[in-house]
Each structure stands twice: as structure tokens, then as C-alpha cells.
Design a binder for this molecule. Structure first.
Ligand code: TLP
Length: 351
């Protein structure tokens, strides 16, 4: 095989595939460390202070993943048999292994997500249980920003505020799965805290668009975070010299936020290009952040998927004829052009 035969893999499966740049690796090597279960890791403390500041909360807690962040937050808000209202397209409902039920005995009450990632306020209201011996007790409402399954749609501050107002009036808490909250802030041109100030807790991820290798952070009021720290320990998430991980996160927050605008630009280019490919359909106007969905209009989806992968483009199949592409730190403008060329080639001749 000659050098020309080796094609660069363009990995559009997810922004989770990003590799940490040298500055992060160097920071991890230099980071002062301690035992974080004793509260003695200075690098973890710094990251948690910064995360609290960014989200406008009193305190924060480093966890291993977005899944653990949402699990620990829900288990902190809810007891066994309590109910959580969440979107039927939400990550917590669909992709977190049913952890809130399996590990916390928390009952999910899904409400339909609109294409823009919101749940209609009247439907949230209708889902709240009245006091009755037959019903579980509603404790929590979960939102997701940006909304993964809804084309990476960012939720506006006014919507989050309206849900929080409704929750407060009914004595409920609100948790925000902000795995991609920085994408939302950049897309809407607002500060992260404007998107988080009204919720009781938020989880954001360091290992998606921000390109750190591991880590998510739960933020909330001091008492909530102290309780979440206990639950984290319970699920085996107490980490010792976790400053190694936190150091990556600190550099991620310093260097990776502004560049998300480029990922969004690439996603829009990708969507506009796909809209022009015969046999594929998408809605470019829906793309506001880094996630693009498209459909194969005709032909065998297996064959299409195989052809695109053989062309060195990796992506996810999300349904019979539905696919997802995610742009990120590892994707360049020429990668977008290549991906479009391979997609066009693969769709050609499929009947
Ligand atoms: N999402 C992953 C997959 O699990 C689907 C992806 O590739 O998009 N909340 C949201 C909104 C997410 O998109 C994800 C990851 C998580 C939580 C969980 O984060 P991790 O993977 O760190 O557990």
C-alpha cells in the first residue's frame, strides 16, 4: 500500500471522539495533585470553582461522565418511587441505560419533545401528579441543552426560565443536562450562566466539544453539591488523584469554548451540502450548533452506510434511513468537503 492509499478517517460519529491537544496533556503532567475523596486535590478544586463561577452556582463536583452527572443529580433530587418529568427524546430517557430507574428507583415520566428540544409547558404542567394515593410523587423536571436528538437545538434562556418558574410554583426542582451547554451559549450569543441561572442543578461535559478526554461537572447550590458528593461516592465515582483529569478540563475551559463557533459553521456547511445531494434530505435551517441529521430517500441504507464508511467517513445510523453527523475539534473545512464528496458518491446509483 502506498502513502496515497492511506485515506484520512473523518470521524463524524460524535464530538466525544476528540483527542486532547498537547497543551492539555502538558497541563495534566504538571498538575498539583492530592486525594480528592479527602477534598485535597487542588487542581480538582480549581476546576470545580471555575465551573461554579461559569454556571453561576455556589459549588460544583467533578464526575467521570455526563451519564454519571445526570444519574448523580437525579438521585440527589429524588428518592425511590419519585417521578421525574423529562423529554421523550432526552438523553437521560433514551441513552443512559435506564440508570435512574435501575439504580435510583426513580420513575421517568416522558413528555414529548418538540423539534426545537422544548417540552410544551402545558404538557409539563399536565404531567405533574396531584396528591393521590395511587400516584408517584413528581419531584423533578429535566431539560437538555443543547438537545442532542433535536438536531443540537439550543434552548433559549426564556424557555428555561419559564420551566423553572412553573417548577417553583409546584414545589419541584429542575435539572439541566447541559452536556453541550457551551455550544448553546455560543450559538445563542449569551453567557452560560444565563442558561443555567434558573435551574437547581446542571451537568456539563468537558469531553465533547471541549475536547478533554474525560470528565463532566455537576453544579448547584452548596448543600445540593454536598449531597451529590455522597451519591457520587455511592456509585463508585469518588476519584483519588483526579487532578490529572481536572487539569485537562481547566485547559478545555480556557481554550476550547470560543472555537465551538467553527464547529457550528462546519455543521451548517455540511447540512447545506447534503441538501444539494440527490437522494439525501436534510433541513439546513435547523442546524444551529454541531449536530446534523439527514435521511436517505431511496436505496438500501445498509449499502449506503457501507459505502460511506468505505470512503473513510464515520458517522452514526440513528434509524432505518436516518443518520447523524457531529462536527468537532478534529474536523477541518477540507474534511467537510471530503465528507460531502463521499456522501454524494455513496448516494449515486442507489435505487
Ligand atoms: N451523548 C453521546 C451518546 O451517548 C449518544 C453522543 O455521541 O452524543 N447528555 C447528552 C445530551 C449527551 O449527548 C451525552 C452523550 C450524555 C449526556 C452522556 O455523556 P457521557 O458520554 O459522557 O456519559
Amino acid at each position: 500500500m502506498s502513502a496515497e492509499d492511506i485515506v484520512r478517517i473523518v470521524d463524524l460519529r460524535s464530538d466525544t471522539v476528540t483527542l486532547p491537544p498537547p497543551a492539555m496533556r502538558e497541563a495534566a503532567l504538571r498538575a498539583p495533585l492530592g486525594d480528592d475523596v479527602y477534598g485535597e486535590d487542588p487542581t480538582v478544586r480549581t476546576l470545580e470553582e471555575q465551573a461554579a463561577e461559569i454556571t453561576g452556582k455556589e459549588a460544583a463536583l467533578l464526575v467521570t461522565s455526563g451519564t454519571m452527572g445526570n444519574l448523580v443529580a437525579v438521585l440527589t433530587h429524588c428518592g425511590r418511587g419519585d417521578e421525574v418529568i423529562l423529554g421523550d427524546q432526552s438523553h437521560t430517557f433514551l441513552y443512559e441505560v435506564g440508570g435512574i430507574s435501575a439504580l435510583g428507583g426513580v420513575h421517568p415520566h416522558p413528555v414529548h419533545n418538540e423539534p426545537d428540544g422544548t417540552m410544551p409547558l402545558r404538557e409539563i404542567e399536565a404531567a405533574i401528579r396531584p396528591e393521590n394515593v395511587h400516584f408517584p410523587r413528581t419531584r423533578l423536571i429535566c431539560l437538555e441543552n443543547t438537545h442532542n436528538r433535536c438536531w443540537g437545538a439550543p434552548l433559549k434562556p426564556e424557555y428555561t426560565c419559564a420551566v423553572a418558574k412553573l417548577a417553583r410554583a409546584r414545589g419541584l426542582a429542575v435539572h439541566l443536562d447541559g452536556a453541550r451547554i457551551f455550544n448553546a451559549a455560543i450559538a445563542l450569543g449569551v453567557e452560560v450562566r444565563e442558561l443555567t441561572c434558573d435551574v437547581d442543578s446542571v451537568t456539563f461535559c468537558l469531553s465533547k466539544g471541549l475536547a478533554a478526554p474525560v470528565g463532566s461537572v455537576i453544579c448547584g447550590e452548596r448543600e445540593f453539591v454536598a449531597e451529590a458528593r455522597r451519591i457520587r461516592k455511592m456509585v463508585g465515582g469518588g476519584m483519588r488523584q483526579a487532578g490529572i483529569i481536572a487539569a485537562y478540563g481547566i485547559v478545555a475551559l480556557q481554550t476550547m469554548v470560543e472555537r465551538l463557533a467553527g464547529d457550528h459553521e462546519n455543521a451548517k456547511l455540511l447540512a447545506r451540502g447534503i441538501a444539494n445531494i440527490d437522494g439525501l434530505s436534510t433541513e439546513p435551517e435547523r442546524v444551529q450548533t454541531n449536530i446534523v441529521y439527514f435521511e436517505l430517500e431511496r436505496g438500501d441504507p445498509e449499502e449506503f452506510y457501507r459505502r460511506v464508511r468505505a470512503g473513510g467517513i464515520l458517522f452514526h445510523r440513528m434509524g432505518e434511513r436516518k443518520f447523524r453527523l457531529v462536527t468537532h475539534y478534529g474536523i477541518t473545512r477540507p474534511d467537510i468537503d471530503r465528507a460531502l464528496a463521499v456522501l454524494a458518491d455513496a448516494a449515486k446509483g442507489l435505487v
